[in-house]
Design a protein around this ligand. Structure first.
Ligand SMILES: *Cc1c(COP(=O)(O)O)cnc(C)c1O
Length: 384
């Protein structure tokens, strides 16, 4: 079964009992038991709920995984994975990492004695050299946010296997539609389903997928005892969003590719970051491990003034934090995702005052391009 068929038929999308065409919402905290003597499949909704199971199976199927677990947010999923390590353990992570994950590591995990070394994710020898006797895992996120740098997944997996380490990946930007890390040997895949998987900017959700039974047991335990389960209503909405993910991603990625080409040629745009552009430094690596450049890109204008002129003139994309919705979303890392990073550090990472991130929605490509072009025309500072 191919992916777009799988999105509709590859899991319990229909209710077997009644034939209902959408999986029912089991709005209950507990389940009447046949007897108090024996247990049964579902007993209490924090331990398990059929609506949540349906979503977990759906996403596992798409990621070519055996097991899925749904959490109340992407951060809930990431915490469940990272808090599975023990005091004294050491992890290696890509330095271009989601802000919340960075905070989790620096403000929570450090209190539990779990150490992390951040490396330049594009340099395989940095991953290898950061490994110590107490290293237990390698954590990657590719393409990265907001500069879309690409990590060689198979390369990191090979290093991990040699050192008997677990590999974890945040696959939010690519979705299982475009990148299947389990097939490349990664052990644990994480998603913020808030983004493309749900796709409608109306749910906050997270997922963990794995083929490893031991890891699944651990993640299931974390879900149960940390308690950050995804509520049934949100499970249902996420499943509903998921069904159109294939179509949405195709449309958005097609537009993103055209937009990135237009921006690359535009006289007021300094630089475009999009892994689907042949000029991207890791284009070949990305092409090997993903089937599309995806729907997120970032680009640099001359200055903050240029950014404000441009964004004030823009009509279609909404200015917002987040990404992966049906509507195009323009984010300004300097005042949004990276507002708490000191200017010096931010600039060192390449997150300048001219940088904007665009998550391309499913609007007509021509309309998006026309809108971006008219807004760029108002920016009079040419850079090439
Ligand atoms: C949004 C995001 C997260 C966090 O997800 P929430 O659902 O907001 O908790 C993690 N990783 C990436 C790459 C994200 O874009």
């Amino acid at each position: 079964m191919k992916d777009k068929t799988k999105l509709i038929h590859g899991y319990h999308a229909f209710d077997e009992e009644t034939g209902a065409s959408s999986f029912p919402i089991y709005q209950c905290s507990t389940f009447k038991q046949a007897s108090i003597k024996d247990g049964q499949a579902y007993t209490y909704s924090r331990f398990g709920n059929p609506t949540r199971t349906a979503l977990e199976e759906a996403v596992a199927a798409l990621e070519t995984g055996k097991y899925g677990t749904a959490f109340a947010s992407g951060m809930g999923a990431i915490s469940a994975v990272l808090l599975s390590f023990n005091q004294g353990d050491h992890l290696v992570m890509c330095k271009s990492i989601y802000g919340g994950t960075f905070q989790l590591v620096n403000e929570v995990m450090n209190r539990f004695g779990i150490e992390v070394t951040f490396v330049d994710e594009t340099n395989l020898s940095e991953w290898e050299h950061a490994i110590r006797p107490n290293t237990r895992g390698l954590y990657l996120e590719t393409p990265s946010n907001p500069l879309l740098s690409v990590t060689d997944i198979a390369g990191v997996v090979a290093i991990a296997k040699e050192h008997h380490l677990v590999t974890m990946i945040d696959n939010t930007f690519m979705t299982p539609q475009f990148q299947k890390p389990l097939a490349l040997g990664v052990d644990v895949v994480i998603h913020s389903a808030t983004k493309f998987i749900n796709g409608h900017s109306d749910v906050v959700a997270g997922l963990v997928i794995t083929n490893d039974e031991e890891w699944h047991k651990q993640i299931k335990l974390q879900q149960k005892v940390l308690g950050g389960i995804l509520g049934v209503e949100d499970c249902w909405l996420t499943m509903r969003g998921l069904k159109t993910m294939g179509l949405r991603m195709e449309q958005s990625a097609r537009s993103a590719e055209k937009i990135s080409q237009m921006l690359e040629d535009h006289p007021v745009v300094k630089k475009v970051h999009y892994p689907g552009l042949p000029s991207h430094p890791e284009y070949d690596i990305h092409k090997r491990q993903a089937t599309s450049g995806g729907a997120v890109l970032s680009f640099e204008l001359a200055s903050q003034e240029a950014v404000y002129t441009f964004s004030d003139a823009l009509q279609i994309p909404i200015a917002a934090v987040s990404l992966g919705g049906v509507e195009s979303i323009l984010s300004y890392p300097v005042t949004m995702s990276h507002a708490c990073v000191p200017k010096e550090e931010r600039e060192k990472q390449g997150i300048t005052e001219g940088l904007l991130r665009l998550s391309v929605g499913i609007e007509d490509t021509e309309d998006l391009i026309a809108d971006l072009e008219q807004a760029l025309a108002k920016v009079r500072i040419t850079v090439k």
